[in-house]
Design a protein around this ligand. Structure first.
Ligand code: SF4
Ligand code: FES
Length: 595
Protein backbone atom coordinates (compact mmCIF):
# COMPACT_ATOMS: atom_id res chain seq x y z
CA UNK A 1 0.00 0.00 0.00
CA UNK A 2 1.36 3.53 -0.83
CA UNK A 3 1.68 6.02 2.10
CA UNK A 4 -0.52 9.14 1.84
CA UNK A 5 1.67 12.30 1.46
CA UNK A 6 1.23 15.07 4.07
CA UNK A 7 0.29 17.64 1.35
CA UNK A 8 -2.59 15.42 0.32
CA UNK A 9 -3.81 15.30 3.94
CA UNK A 10 -3.64 19.15 4.15
CA UNK A 11 -5.44 19.52 0.83
CA UNK A 12 -8.14 17.22 2.11
CA UNK A 13 -8.55 19.31 5.27
CA UNK A 14 -8.97 22.49 3.14
CA UNK A 15 -11.37 20.66 0.98
CA UNK A 16 -13.33 19.59 4.04
CA UNK A 17 -13.56 23.17 5.31
CA UNK A 18 -14.78 24.30 1.86
CA UNK A 19 -17.35 21.56 1.88
CA UNK A 20 -18.58 22.60 5.33
CA UNK A 21 -18.91 26.20 4.09
CA UNK A 22 -20.85 25.03 1.03
CA UNK A 23 -23.11 22.85 3.17
CA UNK A 24 -24.00 25.88 5.25
CA UNK A 25 -25.26 27.61 2.09
CA UNK A 26 -28.87 26.92 1.03
CA UNK A 27 -29.11 24.49 -1.89
CA UNK A 28 -30.51 25.22 -5.34
CA UNK A 29 -31.29 28.49 -7.03
CA UNK A 30 -32.06 31.19 -4.50
CA UNK A 31 -34.77 33.81 -4.98
CA UNK A 32 -33.83 37.45 -5.11
CA UNK A 33 -35.45 39.91 -2.76
CA UNK A 34 -37.21 41.79 -5.54
CA UNK A 35 -38.91 38.66 -6.86
CA UNK A 36 -39.96 37.63 -3.34
CA UNK A 37 -41.51 41.05 -2.76
CA UNK A 38 -43.26 41.00 -6.16
CA UNK A 39 -44.78 37.58 -5.55
CA UNK A 40 -45.96 38.60 -2.07
CA UNK A 41 -47.44 41.78 -3.54
CA UNK A 42 -49.65 39.70 -5.83
CA UNK A 43 -50.44 36.77 -3.52
CA UNK A 44 -50.67 38.63 -0.22
CA UNK A 45 -48.83 38.32 3.08
CA UNK A 46 -46.96 35.05 3.58
CA UNK A 47 -48.40 32.95 6.45
CA UNK A 48 -46.00 31.58 9.07
CA UNK A 49 -45.68 28.16 7.41
CA UNK A 50 -45.56 29.54 3.86
CA UNK A 51 -48.33 29.64 1.27
CA UNK A 52 -50.77 26.70 1.07
CA UNK A 53 -49.19 24.06 -1.16
CA UNK A 54 -52.45 22.73 -2.58
CA UNK A 55 -53.27 26.21 -3.92
CA UNK A 56 -50.30 26.23 -6.28
CA UNK A 57 -52.40 26.38 -9.45
CA UNK A 58 -54.45 29.28 -8.06
CA UNK A 59 -51.22 31.07 -7.16
CA UNK A 60 -49.82 30.49 -10.65
CA UNK A 61 -53.04 31.87 -12.15
CA UNK A 62 -52.79 35.04 -10.09
CA UNK A 63 -49.19 35.62 -11.10
CA UNK A 64 -49.96 34.80 -14.72
CA UNK A 65 -52.93 37.19 -14.73
CA UNK A 66 -50.96 39.97 -13.08
CA UNK A 67 -47.81 39.80 -15.18
CA UNK A 68 -49.14 38.26 -18.39
CA UNK A 69 -46.80 35.28 -18.00
CA UNK A 70 -44.87 33.35 -15.35
CA UNK A 71 -41.41 34.84 -14.97
CA UNK A 72 -38.69 32.41 -13.85
CA UNK A 73 -37.56 34.56 -10.86
CA UNK A 74 -41.16 34.59 -9.66
CA UNK A 75 -41.32 30.78 -9.83
CA UNK A 76 -38.11 30.55 -7.80
CA UNK A 77 -39.56 32.97 -5.26
CA UNK A 78 -42.88 31.14 -5.16
CA UNK A 79 -41.11 27.81 -4.55
CA UNK A 80 -39.33 29.38 -1.59
CA UNK A 81 -42.57 30.80 -0.18
CA UNK A 82 -44.27 27.41 -0.58
CA UNK A 83 -41.35 25.44 0.86
CA UNK A 84 -41.42 23.34 -2.31
CA UNK A 85 -38.51 22.52 -4.64
CA UNK A 86 -38.24 24.87 -7.61
CA UNK A 87 -38.24 21.86 -9.96
CA UNK A 88 -41.63 20.80 -8.62
CA UNK A 89 -43.16 24.24 -9.10
CA UNK A 90 -41.72 24.49 -12.63
CA UNK A 91 -42.99 21.00 -13.49
CA UNK A 92 -46.52 21.92 -12.44
CA UNK A 93 -46.44 25.28 -14.21
CA UNK A 94 -45.19 23.76 -17.45
CA UNK A 95 -47.86 21.03 -17.43
CA UNK A 96 -50.80 23.38 -17.97
CA UNK A 97 -51.33 25.08 -21.33
CA UNK A 98 -52.57 28.35 -19.86
CA UNK A 99 -49.29 29.19 -18.20
CA UNK A 100 -46.47 30.70 -20.22
CA UNK A 101 -43.04 30.58 -18.54
CA UNK A 102 -40.57 33.28 -19.64
CA UNK A 103 -36.96 33.81 -18.58
CA UNK A 104 -35.97 36.82 -16.49
CA UNK A 105 -35.82 39.94 -18.64
CA UNK A 106 -37.60 38.38 -21.64
CA UNK A 107 -40.47 40.32 -23.18
CA UNK A 108 -43.99 39.35 -22.16
CA UNK A 109 -46.58 39.56 -24.96
CA UNK A 110 -49.03 42.41 -24.51
CA UNK A 111 -51.90 40.07 -25.21
CA UNK A 112 -52.43 36.40 -26.06
CA UNK A 113 -54.97 35.54 -28.75
CA UNK A 114 -55.99 31.88 -28.94
CA UNK A 115 -57.73 30.69 -32.07
CA UNK A 116 -59.65 27.48 -31.49
CA UNK A 117 -58.65 24.92 -34.09
CA UNK A 118 -60.89 22.19 -32.69
CA UNK A 119 -63.03 20.27 -35.16
CA UNK A 120 -66.14 22.48 -35.14
CA UNK A 121 -64.08 25.65 -35.45
CA UNK A 122 -61.93 24.12 -38.17
CA UNK A 123 -65.11 23.35 -40.13
CA UNK A 124 -66.07 27.02 -39.70
CA UNK A 125 -62.78 28.52 -40.90
CA UNK A 126 -60.26 28.49 -38.03
CA UNK A 127 -57.33 27.88 -40.38
CA UNK A 128 -58.24 30.95 -42.42
CA UNK A 129 -58.26 33.03 -39.22
CA UNK A 130 -54.86 31.67 -38.21
CA UNK A 131 -53.49 32.58 -41.64
CA UNK A 132 -54.89 36.10 -41.76
CA UNK A 133 -54.57 37.33 -38.18
CA UNK A 134 -50.76 37.75 -37.93
CA UNK A 135 -50.85 40.65 -40.40
CA UNK A 136 -53.64 42.34 -38.43
CA UNK A 137 -52.46 41.78 -34.85
CA UNK A 138 -48.80 42.80 -35.00
CA UNK A 139 -45.83 41.40 -33.11
CA UNK A 140 -46.77 42.50 -29.62
CA UNK A 141 -49.70 40.08 -29.65
CA UNK A 142 -49.00 36.38 -29.27
CA UNK A 143 -51.21 34.38 -31.61
CA UNK A 144 -51.57 30.67 -31.05
CA UNK A 145 -53.88 27.81 -32.01
CA UNK A 146 -55.77 26.32 -29.08
CA UNK A 147 -57.95 23.28 -28.49
CA UNK A 148 -61.74 23.64 -28.14
CA UNK A 149 -62.74 26.53 -25.86
CA UNK A 150 -66.32 25.36 -25.28
CA UNK A 151 -68.09 27.67 -27.78
CA UNK A 152 -68.45 25.19 -30.61
CA UNK A 153 -72.04 26.22 -31.36
CA UNK A 154 -70.74 29.72 -32.19
CA UNK A 155 -67.75 28.60 -34.27
CA UNK A 156 -65.23 29.83 -35.10
CA UNK A 157 -64.35 30.98 -31.59
CA UNK A 158 -61.33 32.98 -30.50
CA UNK A 159 -60.19 33.90 -26.98
CA UNK A 160 -58.63 37.35 -26.72
CA UNK A 161 -57.05 36.86 -23.32
CA UNK A 162 -60.19 36.04 -21.28
CA UNK A 163 -62.74 37.52 -23.66
CA UNK A 164 -64.29 35.29 -26.27
CA UNK A 165 -65.08 36.41 -29.80
CA UNK A 166 -67.72 34.11 -31.28
CA UNK A 167 -68.52 33.71 -34.98
CA UNK A 168 -65.10 35.30 -35.25
CA UNK A 169 -63.93 37.23 -38.28
CA UNK A 170 -60.40 38.63 -38.67
CA UNK A 171 -61.76 42.18 -38.27
CA UNK A 172 -63.71 41.36 -35.09
CA UNK A 173 -60.69 39.66 -33.50
CA UNK A 174 -58.40 42.55 -34.46
CA UNK A 175 -60.86 45.05 -32.97
CA UNK A 176 -61.12 43.10 -29.71
CA UNK A 177 -57.34 42.76 -29.56
CA UNK A 178 -56.94 46.51 -30.08
CA UNK A 179 -59.33 47.10 -27.17
CA UNK A 180 -57.33 44.71 -25.03
CA UNK A 181 -54.01 46.33 -25.96
CA UNK A 182 -55.37 49.78 -25.20
CA UNK A 183 -56.46 48.57 -21.76
CA UNK A 184 -53.04 47.00 -21.21
CA UNK A 185 -51.11 50.11 -22.22
CA UNK A 186 -53.30 52.16 -19.88
CA UNK A 187 -52.19 49.74 -17.13
CA UNK A 188 -48.72 48.60 -18.23
CA UNK A 189 -47.33 45.43 -16.68
CA UNK A 190 -44.07 47.12 -15.73
CA UNK A 191 -43.63 50.89 -15.54
CA UNK A 192 -39.98 51.96 -15.71
CA UNK A 193 -38.96 48.46 -14.69
CA UNK A 194 -40.82 48.76 -11.39
CA UNK A 195 -43.39 46.21 -10.34
CA UNK A 196 -46.75 47.80 -9.63
CA UNK A 197 -49.15 45.26 -8.17
CA UNK A 198 -52.16 47.56 -7.96
CA UNK A 199 -51.87 48.47 -11.64
CA UNK A 200 -51.36 44.86 -12.55
CA UNK A 201 -54.40 43.72 -10.64
CA UNK A 202 -56.41 46.35 -12.51
CA UNK A 203 -54.91 45.15 -15.78
CA UNK A 204 -56.11 41.64 -15.07
CA UNK A 205 -59.63 42.96 -14.56
CA UNK A 206 -59.75 45.17 -17.63
CA UNK A 207 -58.49 42.29 -19.76
CA UNK A 208 -61.53 40.19 -18.97
CA UNK A 209 -64.40 42.65 -19.02
CA UNK A 210 -67.12 40.54 -20.63
CA UNK A 211 -70.71 41.42 -19.89
CA UNK A 212 -72.62 39.07 -17.62
CA UNK A 213 -74.90 36.42 -19.17
CA UNK A 214 -78.64 36.46 -18.54
CA UNK A 215 -79.48 33.95 -15.82
CA UNK A 216 -81.88 33.15 -12.99
CA UNK A 217 -80.59 34.92 -9.86
CA UNK A 218 -80.96 33.62 -6.32
CA UNK A 219 -84.09 35.59 -5.37
CA UNK A 220 -85.99 34.45 -8.47
CA UNK A 221 -84.81 30.89 -8.03
CA UNK A 222 -85.96 30.76 -4.41
CA UNK A 223 -89.28 32.40 -5.23
CA UNK A 224 -89.89 29.42 -7.54
CA UNK A 225 -89.39 26.92 -4.72
CA UNK A 226 -85.65 26.63 -5.10
CA UNK A 227 -83.54 25.17 -2.27
CA UNK A 228 -86.59 23.59 -0.56
CA UNK A 229 -84.90 20.20 -0.87
CA UNK A 230 -81.63 20.90 1.02
CA UNK A 231 -83.61 22.95 3.56
CA UNK A 232 -85.97 19.98 4.07
CA UNK A 233 -83.05 17.55 4.42
CA UNK A 234 -81.33 19.80 6.98
CA UNK A 235 -84.55 20.15 9.00
CA UNK A 236 -85.19 16.40 8.93
CA UNK A 237 -88.42 16.77 6.92
CA UNK A 238 -86.95 14.80 4.02
CA UNK A 239 -85.19 11.47 4.45
CA UNK A 240 -81.86 11.03 2.55
CA UNK A 241 -83.09 7.59 1.55
CA UNK A 242 -85.94 9.23 -0.40
CA UNK A 243 -83.38 11.16 -2.44
CA UNK A 244 -81.22 8.12 -3.09
CA UNK A 245 -84.19 6.08 -4.26
CA UNK A 246 -85.37 8.88 -6.53
CA UNK A 247 -81.98 8.99 -8.27
CA UNK A 248 -81.94 5.23 -8.63
CA UNK A 249 -85.48 4.96 -9.96
CA UNK A 250 -84.88 7.81 -12.39
CA UNK A 251 -81.88 5.94 -13.77
CA UNK A 252 -79.69 9.05 -13.52
CA UNK A 253 -76.16 8.30 -14.69
CA UNK A 254 -72.99 10.39 -14.59
CA UNK A 255 -73.29 12.83 -17.48
CA UNK A 256 -69.62 13.74 -17.74
CA UNK A 257 -68.97 10.73 -19.93
CA UNK A 258 -68.47 7.65 -17.78
CA UNK A 259 -72.18 7.07 -17.11
CA UNK A 260 -71.82 5.43 -13.69
CA UNK A 261 -75.24 5.27 -11.92
CA UNK A 262 -75.42 8.36 -9.68
CA UNK A 263 -77.48 6.85 -6.85
CA UNK A 264 -75.13 3.88 -6.52
CA UNK A 265 -72.13 6.20 -6.43
CA UNK A 266 -73.70 8.27 -3.63
CA UNK A 267 -74.34 5.11 -1.60
CA UNK A 268 -70.75 3.88 -2.03
CA UNK A 269 -69.18 7.16 -0.83
CA UNK A 270 -71.76 7.57 1.92
CA UNK A 271 -70.70 4.17 3.26
CA UNK A 272 -67.06 5.26 3.65
CA UNK A 273 -65.71 6.75 6.88
CA UNK A 274 -65.72 10.58 7.05
CA UNK A 275 -64.58 13.20 6.47
CA UNK A 276 -65.66 13.03 2.81
CA UNK A 277 -65.23 15.45 -0.08
CA UNK A 278 -67.39 16.38 -3.05
CA UNK A 279 -65.46 17.40 -6.17
CA UNK A 280 -67.44 18.77 -9.11
CA UNK A 281 -65.86 18.62 -12.53
CA UNK A 282 -66.80 21.64 -14.64
CA UNK A 283 -63.62 21.48 -16.73
CA UNK A 284 -65.66 20.32 -19.75
CA UNK A 285 -62.68 19.89 -22.06
CA UNK A 286 -64.13 17.34 -24.48
CA UNK A 287 -64.10 19.03 -27.91
CA UNK A 288 -67.66 19.69 -29.00
CA UNK A 289 -69.06 19.85 -25.44
CA UNK A 290 -70.57 23.03 -24.06
CA UNK A 291 -73.63 21.89 -22.08
CA UNK A 292 -72.20 22.51 -18.60
CA UNK A 293 -71.37 26.11 -19.50
CA UNK A 294 -74.87 26.55 -20.90
CA UNK A 295 -76.58 25.25 -17.74
CA UNK A 296 -74.27 27.26 -15.51
CA UNK A 297 -74.81 30.49 -17.39
CA UNK A 298 -78.60 30.06 -17.44
CA UNK A 299 -79.55 28.52 -14.10
CA UNK A 300 -76.59 28.29 -11.69
CA UNK A 301 -78.72 27.69 -8.58
CA UNK A 302 -80.33 24.55 -9.98
CA UNK A 303 -76.83 23.12 -10.10
CA UNK A 304 -75.84 24.55 -6.69
CA UNK A 305 -78.97 23.06 -5.14
CA UNK A 306 -77.81 19.66 -6.44
CA UNK A 307 -74.43 20.33 -4.81
CA UNK A 308 -76.03 21.05 -1.43
CA UNK A 309 -78.25 17.98 -1.66
CA UNK A 310 -75.34 15.70 -2.56
CA UNK A 311 -73.21 17.15 0.24
CA UNK A 312 -75.96 16.50 2.80
CA UNK A 313 -77.00 13.05 1.63
CA UNK A 314 -73.45 11.76 1.22
CA UNK A 315 -72.10 13.66 4.23
CA UNK A 316 -69.47 15.90 2.63
CA UNK A 317 -68.25 18.86 4.67
CA UNK A 318 -66.07 20.18 1.87
CA UNK A 319 -66.87 20.87 -1.77
CA UNK A 320 -64.54 21.87 -4.59
CA UNK A 321 -65.92 23.22 -7.87
CA UNK A 322 -63.25 22.75 -10.55
CA UNK A 323 -64.18 25.18 -13.31
CA UNK A 324 -62.82 25.41 -16.81
CA UNK A 325 -60.43 28.36 -17.08
CA UNK A 326 -61.90 29.48 -20.40
CA UNK A 327 -65.27 30.04 -18.71
CA UNK A 328 -64.41 33.47 -17.41
CA UNK A 329 -68.00 34.77 -17.47
CA UNK A 330 -69.24 31.69 -15.66
CA UNK A 331 -66.55 32.12 -13.02
CA UNK A 332 -67.60 35.69 -12.29
CA UNK A 333 -71.23 34.61 -12.15
CA UNK A 334 -70.51 31.67 -9.87
CA UNK A 335 -68.44 33.83 -7.50
CA UNK A 336 -71.33 36.29 -7.23
CA UNK A 337 -73.98 33.65 -6.69
CA UNK A 338 -71.92 31.70 -4.14
CA UNK A 339 -71.49 34.94 -2.20
CA UNK A 340 -75.25 35.57 -2.40
CA UNK A 341 -75.93 32.04 -1.18
CA UNK A 342 -73.51 32.41 1.74
CA UNK A 343 -75.17 35.70 2.71
CA UNK A 344 -78.60 34.08 2.89
CA UNK A 345 -78.17 30.30 3.16
CA UNK A 346 -81.22 28.03 2.94
CA UNK A 347 -79.46 25.54 5.27
CA UNK A 348 -76.03 25.12 6.87
CA UNK A 349 -73.59 25.20 3.95
CA UNK A 350 -70.55 22.99 3.42
CA UNK A 351 -67.22 24.77 2.84
CA UNK A 352 -67.20 25.49 -0.90
CA UNK A 353 -64.05 26.34 -2.88
CA UNK A 354 -64.05 27.48 -6.48
CA UNK A 355 -60.89 26.42 -8.34
CA UNK A 356 -59.74 27.25 -11.85
CA UNK A 357 -58.54 24.58 -14.25
CA UNK A 358 -55.60 25.62 -16.38
CA UNK A 359 -56.14 24.15 -19.82
CA UNK A 360 -55.46 20.42 -19.45
CA UNK A 361 -58.03 18.12 -21.09
CA UNK A 362 -56.83 15.15 -19.09
CA UNK A 363 -58.15 16.82 -15.91
CA UNK A 364 -61.59 15.72 -17.08
CA UNK A 365 -60.49 12.32 -15.76
CA UNK A 366 -61.59 12.34 -12.12
CA UNK A 367 -58.34 11.33 -10.46
CA UNK A 368 -56.35 13.75 -12.64
CA UNK A 369 -58.74 16.50 -11.50
CA UNK A 370 -58.01 15.59 -7.88
CA UNK A 371 -54.26 15.79 -8.52
CA UNK A 372 -54.77 19.23 -10.00
CA UNK A 373 -56.88 20.37 -7.03
CA UNK A 374 -54.07 19.20 -4.74
CA UNK A 375 -51.66 21.48 -6.62
CA UNK A 376 -49.89 18.96 -8.83
CA UNK A 377 -49.66 17.97 -12.49
CA UNK A 378 -53.00 16.58 -13.63
CA UNK A 379 -51.84 12.99 -14.13
CA UNK A 380 -54.44 10.23 -13.69
CA UNK A 381 -53.87 7.93 -10.73
CA UNK A 382 -53.54 4.17 -10.94
CA UNK A 383 -56.53 2.28 -9.55
CA UNK A 384 -57.25 0.72 -7.11
CA UNK A 385 -57.71 2.45 -4.74
CA UNK A 386 -60.78 4.14 -6.21
CA UNK A 387 -61.41 7.76 -5.33
CA UNK A 388 -64.63 6.80 -3.57
CA UNK A 389 -62.32 5.31 -0.94
CA UNK A 390 -59.06 7.27 -1.28
CA UNK A 391 -59.69 10.51 -3.14
CA UNK A 392 -59.05 14.17 -2.48
CA UNK A 393 -56.39 14.62 0.21
CA UNK A 394 -56.65 10.88 0.84
CA UNK A 395 -60.32 11.04 1.83
CA UNK A 396 -63.39 9.33 0.30
CA UNK A 397 -64.57 11.54 -2.53
CA UNK A 398 -67.74 11.86 -4.57
CA UNK A 399 -66.81 13.21 -8.00
CA UNK A 400 -69.56 14.45 -10.30
CA UNK A 401 -70.04 16.33 -13.50
CA UNK A 402 -72.06 19.57 -13.26
CA UNK A 403 -75.02 18.31 -15.27
CA UNK A 404 -75.55 15.23 -13.12
CA UNK A 405 -76.11 17.48 -10.10
CA UNK A 406 -78.19 19.91 -12.16
CA UNK A 407 -80.96 17.30 -12.51
CA UNK A 408 -81.20 16.34 -8.82
CA UNK A 409 -83.80 18.93 -7.79
CA UNK A 410 -86.17 18.14 -10.65
CA UNK A 411 -85.87 14.39 -10.25
CA UNK A 412 -86.75 14.54 -6.53
CA UNK A 413 -89.37 17.29 -6.81
CA UNK A 414 -91.15 15.98 -9.92
CA UNK A 415 -90.56 12.33 -9.12
CA UNK A 416 -88.24 9.85 -10.82
CA UNK A 417 -90.93 8.91 -13.34
CA UNK A 418 -90.79 12.41 -14.76
CA UNK A 419 -87.12 11.93 -15.79
CA UNK A 420 -87.45 8.25 -16.68
CA UNK A 421 -90.61 9.01 -18.68
CA UNK A 422 -88.59 10.57 -21.49
CA UNK A 423 -86.75 8.44 -24.00
CA UNK A 424 -86.95 6.88 -27.44
CA UNK A 425 -86.12 3.60 -29.10
CA UNK A 426 -86.23 1.72 -25.81
CA UNK A 427 -83.99 4.13 -23.91
CA UNK A 428 -85.06 6.23 -20.91
CA UNK A 429 -84.22 9.68 -19.58
CA UNK A 430 -83.30 13.12 -20.85
CA UNK A 431 -79.98 14.11 -22.43
CA UNK A 432 -78.44 17.47 -23.20
CA UNK A 433 -76.78 16.97 -26.57
CA UNK A 434 -74.19 19.61 -27.53
CA UNK A 435 -74.66 19.80 -31.30
CA UNK A 436 -72.24 21.62 -33.59
CA UNK A 437 -70.93 21.38 -37.14
CA UNK A 438 -72.98 21.46 -40.35
CA UNK A 439 -76.46 21.97 -38.89
CA UNK A 440 -78.72 24.97 -39.29
CA UNK A 441 -79.20 25.65 -35.56
CA UNK A 442 -76.35 24.32 -33.42
CA UNK A 443 -76.59 24.48 -29.63
CA UNK A 444 -77.52 22.48 -26.53
CA UNK A 445 -80.55 20.34 -27.35
CA UNK A 446 -82.46 18.82 -24.47
CA UNK A 447 -83.90 15.71 -26.06
CA UNK A 448 -85.01 12.19 -25.13
CA UNK A 449 -82.21 9.73 -24.49
CA UNK A 450 -81.92 7.33 -27.40
CA UNK A 451 -82.87 9.82 -30.09
CA UNK A 452 -81.01 9.18 -33.36
CA UNK A 453 -78.78 11.75 -35.00
CA UNK A 454 -81.16 11.90 -37.95
CA UNK A 455 -84.03 12.80 -35.62
CA UNK A 456 -81.89 15.17 -33.56
CA UNK A 457 -80.84 17.17 -36.62
CA UNK A 458 -84.32 17.23 -38.16
CA UNK A 459 -86.37 17.94 -35.02
CA UNK A 460 -84.04 19.97 -32.83
CA UNK A 461 -81.49 21.62 -35.13
CA UNK A 462 -83.67 22.94 -37.97
CA UNK A 463 -82.13 20.40 -40.34
CA UNK A 464 -78.74 20.48 -42.05
CA UNK A 465 -77.16 23.83 -42.95
CA UNK A 466 -77.92 25.11 -46.46
CA UNK A 467 -76.03 23.19 -49.11
CA UNK A 468 -75.02 20.39 -46.74
CA UNK A 469 -76.18 16.79 -46.50
CA UNK A 470 -75.37 14.43 -43.65
CA UNK A 471 -72.21 12.47 -44.42
CA UNK A 472 -70.85 11.48 -41.00
CA UNK A 473 -71.00 12.41 -37.33
CA UNK A 474 -69.05 12.18 -34.12
CA UNK A 475 -71.47 11.03 -31.38
CA UNK A 476 -69.19 11.70 -28.41
CA UNK A 477 -66.58 14.39 -29.06
CA UNK A 478 -62.93 13.67 -29.81
CA UNK A 479 -62.73 10.25 -28.25
CA UNK A 480 -66.18 8.86 -29.09
CA UNK A 481 -65.42 7.78 -32.68
CA UNK A 482 -66.91 8.70 -36.08
CA UNK A 483 -69.91 7.11 -37.78
CA UNK A 484 -71.22 7.33 -41.37
CA UNK A 485 -74.65 8.63 -42.41
CA UNK A 486 -75.67 5.04 -43.05
CA UNK A 487 -75.63 4.60 -39.24
CA UNK A 488 -77.64 7.76 -38.53
CA UNK A 489 -80.52 5.73 -37.08
CA UNK A 490 -78.60 4.25 -34.14
CA UNK A 491 -80.03 5.46 -30.80
CA UNK A 492 -77.67 7.92 -29.11
CA UNK A 493 -77.22 6.79 -25.53
CA UNK A 494 -74.91 4.98 -23.17
CA UNK A 495 -74.29 1.38 -24.29
CA UNK A 496 -75.87 1.73 -27.77
CA UNK A 497 -72.83 2.79 -29.80
CA UNK A 498 -70.18 0.34 -28.57
CA UNK A 499 -71.09 -2.31 -31.21
CA UNK A 500 -70.06 0.29 -33.81
CA UNK A 501 -66.75 1.17 -32.12
CA UNK A 502 -68.06 4.40 -30.60
CA UNK A 503 -69.48 5.80 -27.36
CA UNK A 504 -71.60 8.78 -26.41
CA UNK A 505 -69.42 10.17 -23.62
CA UNK A 506 -70.68 13.66 -22.80
CA UNK A 507 -73.05 13.68 -25.84
CA UNK A 508 -70.99 16.08 -27.95
CA UNK A 509 -72.40 15.53 -31.45
CA UNK A 510 -70.41 17.04 -34.31
CA UNK A 511 -72.11 16.77 -37.69
CA UNK A 512 -70.13 16.47 -40.95
CA UNK A 513 -71.42 16.92 -44.49
CA UNK A 514 -70.46 15.89 -48.01
CA UNK A 515 -67.97 18.80 -48.02
CA UNK A 516 -65.96 17.18 -45.21
CA UNK A 517 -63.85 14.08 -44.88
CA UNK A 518 -63.94 11.70 -41.93
CA UNK A 519 -60.15 11.26 -42.20
CA UNK A 520 -59.63 15.00 -41.67
CA UNK A 521 -61.86 14.89 -38.59
CA UNK A 522 -59.95 11.85 -37.32
CA UNK A 523 -56.62 13.61 -37.83
CA UNK A 524 -57.90 16.70 -36.05
CA UNK A 525 -58.93 14.71 -32.99
CA UNK A 526 -55.77 12.57 -32.98
CA UNK A 527 -53.62 15.70 -32.99
CA UNK A 528 -55.71 16.97 -30.12
CA UNK A 529 -55.22 13.74 -28.15
CA UNK A 530 -51.47 13.83 -28.82
CA UNK A 531 -51.36 17.42 -27.60
CA UNK A 532 -53.32 16.55 -24.47
CA UNK A 533 -51.67 13.27 -23.51
CA UNK A 534 -50.22 13.76 -20.03
CA UNK A 535 -47.20 11.70 -21.07
CA UNK A 536 -47.31 9.40 -18.07
CA UNK A 537 -47.50 6.18 -20.09
CA UNK A 538 -45.58 5.39 -23.25
CA UNK A 539 -48.32 3.77 -25.38
CA UNK A 540 -50.41 6.94 -25.17
CA UNK A 541 -47.59 9.52 -25.26
CA UNK A 542 -45.78 7.96 -28.22
CA UNK A 543 -48.78 6.25 -29.81
CA UNK A 544 -50.98 9.30 -30.26
CA UNK A 545 -48.10 11.33 -31.68
CA UNK A 546 -47.01 8.62 -34.09
CA UNK A 547 -50.59 7.90 -35.13
CA UNK A 548 -51.18 11.57 -35.93
CA UNK A 549 -48.10 11.61 -38.18
CA UNK A 550 -49.13 8.40 -39.95
CA UNK A 551 -52.66 9.76 -40.48
CA UNK A 552 -51.24 12.71 -42.44
CA UNK A 553 -50.14 10.39 -45.28
CA UNK A 554 -52.38 10.31 -48.38
CA UNK A 555 -52.58 6.51 -48.03
CA UNK A 556 -52.76 5.21 -44.49
CA UNK A 557 -50.39 2.50 -43.31
CA UNK A 558 -53.31 0.59 -41.83
CA UNK A 559 -51.17 -2.29 -40.52
CA UNK A 560 -48.97 0.00 -38.40
CA UNK A 561 -51.93 2.12 -37.33
CA UNK A 562 -53.77 -1.06 -36.34
CA UNK A 563 -50.81 -2.16 -34.19
CA UNK A 564 -50.64 1.25 -32.55
CA UNK A 565 -54.37 1.16 -31.88
CA UNK A 566 -54.09 -2.22 -30.16
CA UNK A 567 -51.21 -1.14 -27.94
CA UNK A 568 -52.87 2.15 -26.98
CA UNK A 569 -56.18 0.46 -26.17
CA UNK A 570 -54.59 -2.35 -24.15
CA UNK A 571 -51.77 -0.63 -22.30
CA UNK A 572 -52.81 2.96 -21.55
CA UNK A 573 -53.59 3.95 -17.99
CA UNK A 574 -56.64 6.15 -18.56
CA UNK A 575 -59.51 6.74 -20.96
CA UNK A 576 -57.59 9.21 -23.12
CA UNK A 577 -55.14 6.61 -24.38
CA UNK A 578 -57.67 3.78 -24.28
CA UNK A 579 -60.11 5.69 -26.53
CA UNK A 580 -57.45 7.14 -28.85
CA UNK A 581 -57.80 4.20 -31.29
CA UNK A 582 -61.47 5.04 -31.94
CA UNK A 583 -60.89 7.57 -34.76
CA UNK A 584 -58.41 5.21 -36.46
CA UNK A 585 -60.67 2.19 -36.26
CA UNK A 586 -63.79 4.10 -37.30
CA UNK A 587 -62.19 5.54 -40.43
CA UNK A 588 -60.69 2.17 -41.32
CA UNK A 589 -64.04 0.42 -40.85
CA UNK A 590 -66.57 2.95 -42.09
CA UNK A 591 -64.64 5.17 -44.52
CA UNK A 592 -62.06 2.90 -46.24
CA UNK A 593 -62.55 4.79 -49.52
CA UNK A 594 -60.96 7.89 -47.94
CA UNK A 595 -57.66 6.29 -46.96
S1 SF4 B 1 -53.35 7.20 -21.15
FE1 SF4 B 1 -52.36 9.12 -21.82
S2 SF4 B 1 -53.40 10.72 -20.68
FE2 SF4 B 1 -53.89 8.78 -19.64
S3 SF4 B 1 -52.31 8.52 -18.06
FE3 SF4 B 1 -51.50 7.53 -19.90
S4 SF4 B 1 -50.29 9.15 -20.94
FE4 SF4 B 1 -51.62 10.16 -19.45
S1 FES C 1 -64.94 26.09 -29.45
FE1 FES C 1 -63.86 25.50 -31.21
S2 FES C 1 -64.27 23.36 -31.39
FE2 FES C 1 -65.24 23.93 -29.53
Amino acid sequence: MTATPATAVLATADDLRARIRRAAQPKGRQPDETALAEVAAVLGPVPAGGYARDLLIEQLHRLNDAVGALREPHLVALAKLLNRPMAEVAEVASFYHHFAIVPAGAAVPELVVRVCDGLSCSLAGAQDLLARLPALLGRAVKLEPAPCIGRCEQAPAVAVHQQVVVHATPAAVAAKAAEGRAACSAQPPQAGGAFEPAALAQRAVTRGDEGPPTYTPLATYRAGGGYALPAGLAAGRIDPETVLQALEHAGLRGLGGAGFPAGRKWRIVRGQPGPRWLAVNIDEGEPGTFKDRTWLERDPHRFLEGVLVAAQVVGCDDVVLYLRDEYHQARVLLQQELAALAADPPCPLPRIQLRRGAGAYVCGEESAMLESIEGRRGEPRLRPPYIAQVGLFGRPTLAHNLETLYWVRDIVARGPQWFAGFGRHGRTGLRAYSVSGRVREPGVKLAPAGITVRELVAEYCGGMADGHQLYAYLPGGASGGILPASLADVPLDFDTLQPHGCFIGSAAVVVLSQHDRARDAALNVMRFLAHESCGQCTPCRVGTDKAARLMEAPRWDTATLGDLATVMADASICGLGQAAPNPIRCVTTHFPHEI
